[in-house]
Design a protein around this ligand. Structure first.
Ligand code: E4P
Length: 192
């Protein structure tokens, strides 16, 4: 997946035939400029039919559900990105009951990932780069989480997130993650 809200980057990577989906967040959206968040999401969904993650900014249950349900109406491939919190777990399980796919974001431990999978998250996003930033081995979490999902036949898919280099993408794939979400610059580094 491409980790961006910049339309031109998405078009370019799509043209290379290697784009399976997109993840966005409020920070990436703010950096990208352009129209409103829903407008940008709609444009992205017009480029790729793969999963497109839209992150909620509310932190109360009603707000998360309201934002998520609104995003989900934009296109059939929208996935609601919900932070890993107690309220986030409730929102994820509610969305799961409603058939709305979710991406549990800001996962910093295997235990958090297990809970999100149990709550019914479609995707789990362990943040490897940010753990590396504080001198912890981010990939260890991906290895453990991948093993737990496999041993117990859980359906959630891992998206290696907060990737900073081609090494993260390679090691994440070897650790068993089917997906990595990658900034445009890192995809270019992979080409080189
Ligand atoms: C994941 O979906 C996030 O958008 C992303 O990978 C955030 O990572 P970063 O803020 O550490 O770059």
């Amino acid at each position: 997946f491409l980790d961006t809200a910049v339309i031109d980057e998405i078009r370019i990577v799509h043209s290379w035939g290697v784009l399976d989906g997109v993840t966005t967040n409020p920070t990436l959206f703010a950096k990208a400029g352009g129209g409103s968040y829903p407008e940008v999401l709609e444009e992205i969904c017009g480029i790729t039919s793969g999963p497109v993650s839209a992150e909620v900014i509310a932190d109360d249950l009603e707000g998360i559900l309201r934002e998520g349900r609104t995003f989900a109406k934009i296109a059939p491939n929208i996935v609601i990105k919900v932070p890993m919190t107690e309220t986030g777990l409730t929102a994820i399980s509610t969305f799961a009951e409603e058939g709305i796919p979710t991406n549990c974001t800001l996962i910093f431990s295997t235990a958090q990932g297990m809970l999100a999978a149990k709550a019914g998250a479609t995707y789990l996003s362990p943040f490897v780069g940010r753990l590396d930033d504080i001198a912890q081995e981010g990939l260890d979490m991906v290895r453990e989480l991948s093993a737990v999902l496999e041993i117990h036949g859980m359906e959630a898919e891992i998206i290696v997130a907060s990737t900073r280099s081609p090494r993260h993408v390679i090691d994440g794939a070897i650790a068993g993650a089917a997906i990595a979400t990658v900034p445009f610059k890192v995809v270019q580094q992979m080409i080189k």
